[in-house]
Write a new protein. Structure first.
Lengths: 586, 248
């Protein structure tokens, strides 16, 4: 087997992975950095982020305001020391992207412009039209080409994170083009593999978003934290789940039900006027808006579309000029994928799974539960999102904590002792992945995958209850057993075998889905994006705690609880809507 | 309403096939189904060995460029209804080596992208500012060219790249121009050798098909030909000011 010795391995080459690689290269230019991804960097899902990235820059804004919006948005499940660190770093990282060439949208005087986003009290979201993630990703990728110490392994798929004696040793990869196995060895590994939205049927995520890094770390012994907190984005195309950015509402779009009524006023987000104003109506947080849709549907006040029930996202009053200037991508997508001209008609939208608030548990240095292991971006749970992430906090998270992870990993690699992986361990990892290829029994990949997605939609949706969650847990356990019994591949060859990769991804997804479902079952309260019909109020005495899922072999994960770090904001009732000043949008 | 359409896919496996061949599948489809969704149906239900790249399925990641009935298109935003009751033929992008089935080898493009120094060669921001200032009108000079998503349709459309694979090609030259045209950049002098070389802009024969197939309105032909002007100026400047540095 080909073996590559290196100093830092970064798994995932989206925004967080690229930022980590650049940070490691800048911190320690003599170090060798391996940047490994199952797709070319510019195909990573960061590319699809639309609305923008939060960073305090306006005169009327402050770190305290960003902190308070984030902590209350997260329903007090955020680690406040980490949020404090985060909000102070955001603007500097966005400025760095500007100096690297990111084409942020500008004000007339040449300064970067910002827009409103849900749950944010000030216009704080830096944006590049509605292609913010695309421009951030391409800027980072192109900038990464300046650093000769970054060696890319494009289209290499990680099958196993190899750790011994509580420390990482390397990763086993498949070179996708040839199907050959390659061992990468390093004392530091950064996971930056993104989320796991593809465990659900209707989601905004790319096909690649299969929880690989969470699965890799989980199996190797690191804990997953707060996995029951899954974000539904309230405005997506029914059927496909294609995202219609929150920036639509940031620029002034409204949501109406089938009667043309702005229904959000019935769900603690009103009154309607004065409009627009921060943190009210359509500028409320995503959890509240998706939950409001669920109730409207129950009341029979949604529209029927071929893709399922929907409400209307109406941009028409913004006018053609503003729509084309600020929201070109979604205008095009609405036209192509829904046949709707957003200038002339409202867009039918519904909630779809968008983001995994939970992930590999890390501290503020991005250090995960194994020596030498770091995680950043959506695959991590560093503690800033709590029970509900605010829009535009994740695009800036990937650069703030991508950098921290890269620097931490480089420092660790400089001092850590280097040990190879034991022969027996490597051989068993190799056998596991090759057995999947030679197996000729079992069921088709699509059968198992589709049953998993249905189980998650049915039992672990926007509103949950004990019976539904138990049914989902039982179904996931049986799916894991069926997956273990064998996925019958049509393709047993080595070169570019995406069916084989799909079977490995499904293994990661099933285990990540279990962590979500079991976390949700154990959390007998409602908080942020996790709503229990049978345990409606938030219960701070019982559950102002993180859940921690531990891998337990072939069985269900073990769920423990850990305290939340509260520094300066005592939990109180979350408050949106109410009185407020009319905002002037720039 | 579900109808059935015939999708012919180019198949090639490097371990077993000497030559590519076409394989046909009968695929049930609805009006909202894309060519990509047709391929996904085949992979899930008819033939798990069919190999193609895809990711975002919303025309932004650049993974699923293919020849669809002979034209470079995006699988995710080309709809099957357009072709029914006829056949859809899906082949890998022209002018690139095939890795397997519809997946092409993109390494040549990546090397070219790297060769144009596609990053800001930085100037310092003005005193008292943490960022450069750039008026919306200054952004206009380059923004269009920054929208390229590297789908590579323009390379499949470019007859010159087909004849001479050394040609730097539309997307990479467009990216070069994107940075040269950016008021924040000071790297033009470093990039001009790539522009001026025989396989730089002068390789382009102004067919313009690259811009026609570009789904993102980037207009690579315009970028390349603006650089012919720049290259000509650069050539004459060498006579006038042999040691002149680019003014920043």
């Amino acid at each position: 087997m080909q073996t590559v010795e290196t100093d830092v391995i970064v798994v995932g080459a989206g925004g967080a992975g690229l930022r980590a690689a650049i940070a490691a290269a800048e911190r320690a230019p003599q170090m060798r950095i391996a940047l490994v991804s199952k797709v070319l960097p510019m195909r990573s899902h960061t590319v699809a982020a639309e609305g923008g990235a939060a960073g305090v820059t306006r005169r009327e804004d402050s770190f305290d305001a960003h902190f308070n919006d984030t902590v209350s948005g997260g329903d007090w499940l955020c680690d406040q020391d980490v949020v404090d660190f985060f909000v102070r770093r955001c603007t500097g990282e966005l400025e760095q992207l500007e100096r690297w060439g990111c084409p942020w949208s500008r004000q007339a005087d040449g300064h970067v412009n910002t827009r409103f986003f849900g749950g944010m009290s000030v216009q704080r979201t830096w944006f590049a039209a509605d292609r913010s993630g695309f421009h951030m990703l391409h800027t980072l990728f192109q900038t990464s080409l300046k650093y000769p110490s970054i060696r890319r392994f494009d289209e290499y798929f990680c099958t196993e994170l190899l750790a011994e004696d509580g420390a990482v040793r390397g990763v086993l990869c498949i070179c996708i083009a040839t199907g050959e196995l390659v061992l990468l060895q390093a004392p530091s590994i950064v996971l930056a593999t993104g989320g796991a939205g593809r465990v659900f049927r209707q989601n905004t995520n790319a096909g690649t978003v299969t929880g690989d890094g969470m699965g890799l770390a989980f199996r190797a012994g690191a804990a997953l934290r707060d996995m029951e907190f899954v974000q539904w984005h309230p405005t997506c195309l029914p059927g496909t789940g294609i995202l219609m950015t929150e920036a639509c509402r940031g620029e002034g779009a409204i949501l109406v039900n089938k009667d043309g009524y702005r229904y959000l006023q019935d769900y603690g987000l009103g009154p309607v006027d004065p409009w627009p104003r921060a943190k009210a109506m359509e500028l409320g947080p995503r959890d509240r808006l998706s939950q409001a849709f669920w109730h409207e549907r129950r009341k029979g006040r949604t529209l029927d579309t071929p893709g399922g029930p929907a409400v209307h996202l109406d941009l028409r009053h913004l006018g053609a000029k503003k729509i084309h200037e600020r929201l070109p991508l979604i205008t095009e997508a609405a036209k192509t994928f829904a046949g709707v001209d957003a200038v002339k008609e409202p867009i039918p939208v519904c909630p779809a799974v968008h983001y995994t608030m939970g992930g590999v548990a890390t501290n503020v240095d991005c250090k995960a539960g194994l020596s030498g292991l770091y995680a950043a971006g959506e695959c991590a749970s560093v503690g800033i999102h709590g029970a509900n992430r605010l829009g535009s906090n994740s695009l800036v998270e990937i650069v703030v904590f991508g950098r921290v992870a890269g620097e931490s990993a480089a420092e660790h690699a400089g001092s850590a002792s280097r040990k190879g992986i034991s022969g027996a361990h490597l051989q068993s990892a190799e056998r596991r992945v090759l057995e999947m290829l030679s197996n000729d029994r079992g069921e088709k990949l699509a059968t198992l995958r589709d049953e998993m997605r249905d189980a998650m939609e049915d039992g672990v949706g926007i509103y949950r209850d004990d019976a539904g969650l138990r049914a989902a847990c039982a179904k996931l356990a049986s799916l894991r057993e069926r997956h273990r019994a064998g996925v019958r591949l049509d393709d047993r060859s080595r070169a570019f075998n995406t069916e084989w990769l799909g079977a490995i991804e499904l293994g990661f997804m099933l285990e990540v889905a279990q962590a979500m479902a079991h976390g949700a079952l154990e959390r007998r309260e409602s908080r942020g994006a996790h709503r229990r019909l049978d345990f409606e109020p938030r219960d701070d005495a019982g559950f102002l705690r993180h859940t921690l899922a531990r891998h337990a072999g072939e069985g269900a994960p073990r769920i423990d609880f850990r305290p939340v770090t509260i520094t300066k904001s005592a939990p109180r009732e979350r408050h949106y809507g109410g009185e407020g000043k009319k905002a002037v949008l720039t | 309403m579900t109808r059935t359409i015939r999708i012919e896919c180019l198949r090639y496996h490097p371990e077993t096939d000497a030559e590519p061949r076409l394989q046909a599948y009968e695929v049930p489809f609805t009006d909202d189904m894309s060519v990509l969704q047709g391929l996904q149906y085949i992979k899930d239900h008819l033939d798990g060995s069919l190999t193609f790249r895809w990711s975002c399925r919303m025309a932004i990641c650049g993974s699923c460029g293919q020849m669809v009935n002979g034209v470079p298109r995006l699988g995710c935003e080309t709809f099957l209804r357009e072709f029914w009751p006829g056949t859809v033929r899906v082949e890998p992008l022209e002018h690139f080596p095939i890795v397997r089935d519809l997946a092409i080898d993109q390494s040549d493009f990546l090397a070219k992208l790297e060769s144009v120094k596609p990053y800001l060669v930085q100037k310092a921001p003005p005193a008292g500012e943490n960022t450069n200032l750039q008026a919306p009108e200054e952004m206009q000079a380059y923004y269009r060219y920054s929208k390229c998503i590297n789908y590579l349709l323009c390379y499949a459309a470019c007859p010159q790249y087909g004849l001479n694979p050394a040609f730097t090609g539309p997307a990479a030259l467009t990216l070069l121009h994107r940075y040269n045209a950016d008021s924040r950049d000071a790297g033009r002098a470093q990039r001009m050798p790539v522009v001026n070389q025989e396989d730089g802009v002068w390789g382009c024969t102004l067919v313009g098909y690259c811009s026609e197939v570009c789904p993102k309105d980037v207009d690579p032909a315009r970028a390349v030909n603006q650089n012919k002007v720049n290259s000509t100026l650069d050539y004459f400047k060498h006579f006038l000011f042999p040691r002149a540095k680019e003014k920043s």
